[in-house]
Write a protein that binds this ligand. Structure first.
Ligand code: NAD
Ligand code: MG
Length: 386
């Protein structure tokens, strides 16, 4: 029996994880659930899954969470609150697997904590790889943590690299697939609304990542993520648009052979793979019917309309804290867009301005990562206020 702690249990990945776990109650125990501030939703999940610990990241909601649990006669569940408790939970000896499904750089501290405690990490929070980079990978190695990428592209690449020798890896290319998002065919993006942007054609996801998919920032973040996770330089990582989201990503080897991982677009598949690895659990996603599918297509990404993809390559090549600055600027700008304070095209402009104006050295520890992130957020808010 393994104890699972889900960071970001009320989100899209959190929900998919709980769904997978509900089929395996004899092997995995839902040990802890966390949410940012929605205590009623968290309490409902607690009523269904009976964890030992419920944690609300917004410490001001601690009493509200205790009350919501009491209303459901769940007084035996421990109430934890605040960022320090998130870090403590990720390192708790009873936790075997940490599912990192918080959105944004807020996921950094618990991810680092789980790595330093040598846990199995089911890592969905791509922003912590983008910002943590070499430091996170070093901590994973040093503490013999097991990092299983849940992001579908990286889960695919993980599977496609499984049989590669070290030599094969140094010559291979990664090919990340992208659906192209909701605006693949829309030429004028000046009056896009938040509702348009979150309506993803193939995946059902949280709001922030849905906007990132619409700008192609998501694919940019995934290029950076892939570079760190698999140790590939940016010039050996390609992106191709593949609107059917059947192929989740590929590896092209030196001999020209390409290994790809395919399946229905359903996050329960990479979650179950990461949970069961090195064995495969039974899956729940719809099986692919090739005859019904008919055809799959590919095209090049349109960098002129979606420049944020190229900003990610630029940040990776620039090094220093460029990826942290890009990620923070994007998070602040996406939030402003979702709250109708800026236009869709201003997201990319904000990222460009910040990359040109804030050049910081490479961080040498988590505290410096968090400081660079904080500074970039302050400066981005100043830029937007102008
Ligand atoms: P979501 O918005 O649906 O859920 C986010 C979760 O994080 C919620 O439980 C929320 O309470 C929590 N949270 C938000 N801000 C927080 C904070 N400041 N402190 C603590 N907790 C906080 O997001 P999602 O779509 O599930 O995505 C989660 C992560 O997984 C993201 O990093 C995303 O890029 C990645 N991811 C998601 C998908 C997907 O299909 N949804 C696919 C690949 C990768
Ligand atoms: Mg992805």
């Amino acid at each position: 029996m393994q104890n699972i702690a889900i960071f970001g249990a009320t989100g899209s990945i959190g929900g998919s994880t709980l769904d997978v776990l509900s089929h395996y109650a004899d092997c995995y125990r839902v040990f802890a659930l966390t949410a940012n501030s929605r205590v009623e939703e968290l309490a409902d999940l607690c009523a269904k899954h009976h964890p030992k610990i419920a944690l609300v990241a917004d410490a001001s909601q601690k009493d509200a969470l205790a009350q919501a649990l009491a209303q459901r006669s769940l007084t035996d569940i421990e109430v934890w609150a605040g960022e320090a408790d998130l870090v403590k939970l990720a390192a708790l000896p009873e936790v075997d697997v940490a599912v990192l499904a918080i959105v944004g750089a807020a996921g950094l501290a618990p991810t680092f904590s789980a790595a330093a405690a040598g846990k199995r990490l089911l890592l969905a929070n791509k922003e912590s790889v983008v910002c943590g980079g070499a430091l996170l990978m070093q901590s994973v190695r040093e503490h013999q943590a097991e990092l299983l990428p849940v992001d579908s592209e990286h889960n695919a690449i993980f599977q496609c690299l499984a049989s590669a020798s070290d030599r094969d890896r140094t010559k291979a290319r990664l090919i990340l697939t992208a659906s192209g998002g909701p605006f693949r065919k829309r030429m004028d993006l000046s009056d896009v609304t938040p509702e348009d942007a979150v309506a993803h054609p193939t995946w059902n996801m949280g709001r922030k990542i849905s906007v990132d998919s619409a700008t192609l920032m998501n694919k940019g973040l995934e290029v950076i993520e892939a570079s760190w996770l698999f140790g590939f330089p940016p010039d050996r990582i390609d992106v191709v648009i593949h609107p059917q989201s059947l192929i989740h990503s590929m590896v092209q080897y030196e001999d020209g052979c390409i290994l790809a991982q395919l399946g229905a677009p359903d996050m329960r598949t990479p979650i179950a793979y990461s949970l069961g690895w090195p064995e495969r659990l039974d899956g729940f996603a719809k099986r692919v019917d090739f005859a019904a599918l008919g055809s799959v297509t590919f095209e090049a990404p349109d960098i002129a309309r979606f420049p944020q993809l190229s900003y990610a390559y630029e940040a990776l090549r620039a090094g220093g804290a460029a990826s942290i600055v890009l990620n923070a600027a994007n998070e602040i700008a996406v939030d402003a867009f979702l709250n109708r304070r800026i236009k869709f095209l201003d997201i990319a402009k904000t990222c460009r301005t910040m990359m040109d104006s804030l050049i910081l050295p490479a961080p040498t520890c988590l505290e410096e990562v968090l400081e660079a992130d904080r500074l970039a957020r302050v400066k981005t808010r100043e830029v937007l206020a102008r």
